[in-house]
Design a protein around this ligand. Sequence first.
Ligand SMILES: Nc1ncnc2c1ncn2[C@@H]1O[C@H](COP(=O)(O)OP(=O)(O)O)[C@@H](O)[C@H]1O
Ligand SMILES: [Mg+2]
Length: 327
Amino acid sequence: MEKLLEIKDLYVNYNTDESVVHALNGFSLDIYKGETLGLVGETGAGKTTMCLSVLRLLPEQVGEIVSGEIKYRDLDILKASNDQMRELRGAEVSMIFQDPMTSLNPIMTVGDQIKEVLDLHYPKMDEREKGKRVDDILSLVGIMPERKDQYPHQFSGGMKQRVVIAMALVSEPKLMLADEPTTALDVTIQAQILALMKELKVKFDSAMVLVTHDLGIVAKFCDSVAVTYAGAIEESGTIEQVFTRKENHPYTTGLFHCIPDLTSKAPRLTPIPGYMPDPRSLPKGCKFADRCTKCKDKCREMEPHMHEVEPGHFIKCWFSSEGSEEK
Ligand SMILES: Nc1ncnc2c1ncn2[C@@H]1O[C@H](COP(=O)(O)OP(=O)(O)O)[C@@H](O)[C@H]1O
Ligand SMILES: [Mg+2]
């Protein structure tokens, strides 16, 4: 399998006037061609920061990539020129934001906005071909091409998100970073949009990182999953490995307890007690220690390494089966 994206031991800070926020703390992740990876984790875990780092779109002055590596195929993202990055964005890697209005221009027709992506990436393509591509992608996302002369405000929330998806896909990117693309939408529309994205992903043979806090969505739409906590991955593996629940990181176990189980008679959900550590002053040992039922002295002293508990299934915990001899 061809590796598309490799993130290695990435540290990212936000330097504000008052403090330094440690948003990513040794974040590592690989994504392969054709794969759909679900990236889950609570608000503030660093999921958006990861996406923005890959495209080098962190807020200027404030966002800082401190160390680590990001490679897209052979391109070293942290060393690439601005021209190389412009080329990469959209044409190779595109991002879909949670709020469609982040990506849409309110005073430009949706057709022109989609065409603008083509202008940028295919300057030599003739106008008729561009027009045809705009029509095609609109039909593909379920919008009548006749509506291309309308403005974003004339579309409902779900329709706006379809326009954003059309914009993200018209250049046929190899990798989509979908940052909670349906969180702002109704549940029924959510399912439609996700099904559409999955279909288009197959059609264009692209890979996707689907950021979500919903494990149900991950189970339904993804091949693999990575669980993020306080700026790093705590567990990763295939859907089967993680969801069979033979062995999980205690945090992942906690997330599973937060899902309503319609088949059991469990009276209520058990949320994980406590909060994520303050990203301005992180503890030195395991970042989940304070909320963990298995926590021992060692956990507060030393950060655990990733252990491969079965081929392709990784858990960052001193008490995983593979790490346990080091207790
Ligand atoms: N522009 C910013 N300035 C300061 N802190 C930020 C900024 N953007 C994000 N953060 C902080 O970085 C951490 C990670 O945020 P984010 O990547 O948005 O997490 P997620 O997408 O998982 O909710 C959070 O603690 C958040 O408050
Ligand atoms: Mg986010």
